[in-house]
Design a protein around this ligand. Structure first.
Ligand code: MG
Ligand code: MG
Length: 254
């Protein structure tokens, strides 16, 4: 069921998004070689609690295997849902951070991919094009139009560089819960509802250097590329209004 939000509810989601982006602005400089991903996650958990929120991803998922962190930290061939661990980040890594905050019952969702030191030219280009895919997707949002035009915009930009687009995992409605309807794919498939004012969605291209095929590791969470090649991931929470679109999370790099 698709739950549209009224202005007051969007105000609440906007506040949650502002807090999340403020957290990202502080954590991004801490993402560097020698740091364990678990340290970053602890830092984020403390930050979110001090801000009066709750880490929305912590404990999310099946009861017998809930996600154990506040931030999904996915490195290189890991696409999404990487579990914070004792793994140390090293020079040349592509590190995606994906986080959500529950602030007063309103959920935000954002992801960035950080380049550690000097990454390869191929990694840098993949990262920048993935970010461009996010903005191409956002530019395709318009009340009255069909949702899958977001996927067409994302996919055509990625394919023009020969990249693979992940099909199995998608963006989503957000705001009251971590994942709501509709599914917001990055390749055109599945339901294609009309977008309308009050729709709040997370748009999140996951773009691979090789094919778009992915697998889930035995931990039940970590999604990796099937060919072990690099992947990048960028995400914004976006609100649709009758006459315009608002990016609720902060651009961070702009
Ligand atoms: Mg996310
Ligand atoms: Mg998301």
């Amino acid at each position: 069921m698709l739950r549209l939000k009224n202005e007051k509810q969007i105000d609440g989601i906007r506040e949650s998004c502002k807090a999340l982006s403020a957290m990202f602005r502080e954590i991004i400089p801490l993402v560097k070689a020698g740091v364990e991903t678990l340290e970053l996650d602890r830092w984020a958990q403390n930050w979110i609690k001090r801000a009066g929120g709750k880490p929305a991803f912590l404990g999310y998922g099946p009861k017998d295997n809930p996600f154990p962190g506040a931030v999904c930290i996915s490195i290189n061939n890991e696409v999404i849902h990487g579990i914070p661990s004792r793994r140390k980040i090293v020079q040349g890594d592509l590190v995606s951070l994906d986080c959500g905050i529950d602030l007063g019952g309103f959920i935000s969702d954002q992801a960035v991919t950080v380049e550690i030191g000097k990454v390869s030219e191929a990694a840098h280009r993949l990262n920048m094009v993935t970010r461009e895919c996010l903005y191409k997707g956002i530019a395709a949002v318009r009340a009255g139009d069909r949702l899958l035009q977001i996927a067409r915009a994302v996919e055509s930009h990625a394919k023009s560089y020969g990249y693979g687009v992940v099909r199995q995992f998608c963006g989503h409605g957000v705001g009251f819960e971590v994942h709501e309807d509709p599914s917001v794919p990055n390749t055109p498939h599945g339901p294609n509802p009309r977008m309308s004012g009050g729709l709040v969605i997370a748009i999140e291209p996951m773009i691979n250097l090789g094919t778009g095929d992915v697998e889930v590791l035995e931990d039940g969470w970590t999604v990796v590329t099937s060919d072990d090649k690099l992947s990048a991931h960028w995400e914004h929470t976006v609100a649709v209004f009758q006459d315009h679109t608002e990016i609720l999370t902060d651009p961070l790099l702009d």
